[in-house]
Ligand binder design. Structure first.
Ligand code: NIG
Ligand code: FE
Length: 406
């Protein structure tokens, strides 16, 4: 039996209530055993059985405690990097321009195809262990840099193996529809057929992913193509997710609502109708401010979504091109300053709403009895001060499945 005490504020982040309601408990305490939370409340109300001599007591030293963070949108497994493109963008070339000239996703596709499964695994494992140190206990990981049957499966198998190597909770998403590979440049339908007839069935058969994602964009997949692919995914048990309305607004959010997607991500160009349809169907909006930062594009005004009734999750979009940082608390701070959400609202967005965006809310994302004991001690008196005095290294201690990890 373990108990953590002497907490300034315990943010339980239960789901009920609005985006701003993080259900704080002043001077809270948490008790857990076997990796599962057994009791949550005010320290002064701690039941006797959690107070005996056999209990292992942890002192939070008057710091705040939050649920382990959930990064609900990453492209963790990839070969190579693209630091050259970073410099090109600073000098004025756009993300799309670079992609059209053969850089972008296709450059990472080439590098990822070159890497063996072992090499990809080693790289992804190293990155994940750094990510966990930043307070992330649950992560969603996408394929999408293979763009052939074998190479997509290779990326997804890396995630499967990573699950037994890391303590973090890992959720996988198939993103074969990230862009069109060069072999199918003149034969779009050929690639769509490959996704529908071979990739999705193979991914489902090997149980390599829970979600099917697609990049809906003028430069990638159309609404009609996306509808076809996402509906096929659904038939094979893969729940839909979308990269929608990022660089151009073209009805991606509306499609997310139509197909019953669990989330629509990016959304910088979302329409009013898009907001309304997502709210009606309960689709979570995932904001990815690091992609706006690194591509010099406008940020999503998340306030519009929250006021329109959409729950907003915050994620990094970690990938070697548009978002080469995996710092989720930086994404949270940017969502405060540019997305116009308060620190409490972004905390809910990086915990329970992010867990909902990947179907993990029954297991993690909040500090509640019966859930996995995943939480971080943050070196700050409260969430407002944490985001205000952003310094990248505020995670003091992290517990995952009840075990101290860093
Ligand atoms: O989410 N938008 C599409 N995919 C990624 C970028 C991937 C890349 O540039 O490699 C994103 O931003
Ligand atoms: Fe992405």
């Amino acid at each position: 039996m373990n108990v953590i005490k002497n907490i300034s504020v315990l943010y339980t982040c239960r789901e009920e209530g609005s985006q701003a309601e993080v259900h704080p408990i002043q001077n809270g305490a948490v008790a857990w055993s076997g990796g599962i939370i057994e009791w949550v409340g005010r320290e002064s109300d701690l039941p006797e059985k959690f107070d005996g001599e056999s209990v292992n007591v942890i002192d939070a030293e008057e710091r705040m405690v939050i649920p382990g963070l959930v990064d609900c949108h990453t492209h963790l497994c990839f070969g190579g990097w693209r630091a050259d493109e970073f410099e090109m963008r600073i000098k004025g070339r756009s993300y799309l321009d670079i992609a059209k000239a053969g850089g972008g996703i296709l450059s990472t596709m080439n590098a990822t195809r070159e890497f063996s499964e072992e090499e990809l695994l080693e790289k992804a494992e190293g990155l994940l262990s750094e990510i966990v140190k930043k307070g992330v206990t649950t992560i969603e990981c996408k394929s999408g840099y293979g763009l052939s049957l074998d190479d997509e499966l290779k990326q997804l198998r890396v995630y499967k193996r990573l699950r037994s190597l890391s303590r973090a909770h890992i959720v996988s998403t198939f993103l074969g529809a990230h862009t069109f590979p060069p072999e199918f440049k003149e034969n779009r339908q050929g690639y769509i057929d490959l996704i529908i007839n071979e990739m999705i069935p193979a991914v489902a058969k090997e149980k390599l992913a829970d979600f099917c994602d697609i990049f809906v964009e003028e430069s990638a997949f159309s609404i009609e193509e996306a509808r076809m692919i996402l509906e096929t995914g659904k038939k094979h048990g893969l729940k839909p997710k979308l990269h929608a309305d990022q660089l151009s607004g073209g009805g991606g959010a509306e499609l997310a609502a139509e197909v019953g997607a669990i989330s629509a991500d990016h959304l910088e160009q979302i329409s009013e109708i898009g907001i309304k349809s997502m709210a009606e169907r309960g689709v979570i909006g995932v904001t990815l401010p690091l992609a706006s930062l690194y591509t010099q594009q406008p940020y999503l005004n998340c306030r519009r979504l929250v006021e329109g009734g959409v729950n907003v999750a915050v994620a990094t979009d970690f990938n070697p091109g548009s978002a080469p940082s995996y710092d989720l608390s930086l994404a949270m701070m940017l969502t405060c300053n540019h997305g116009r959400l308060t620190p409490s609202e972004v905390l809910k967005g990086a915990t329970i709403y992010a867990a909902k965006a990947i179907g993990m809310e029954g297991w993690t994302g909040s500090i509640e009895q019966g859930k996995s004991a995943d939480f971080a001690v943050i070196d700050s008196p409260d969430v407002n001060f944490w985001m205000y005095h952003y310094r990248g290294s505020a995670v003091d201690r992290l517990y995952l499945n009840g075990d101290y990890v860093s």
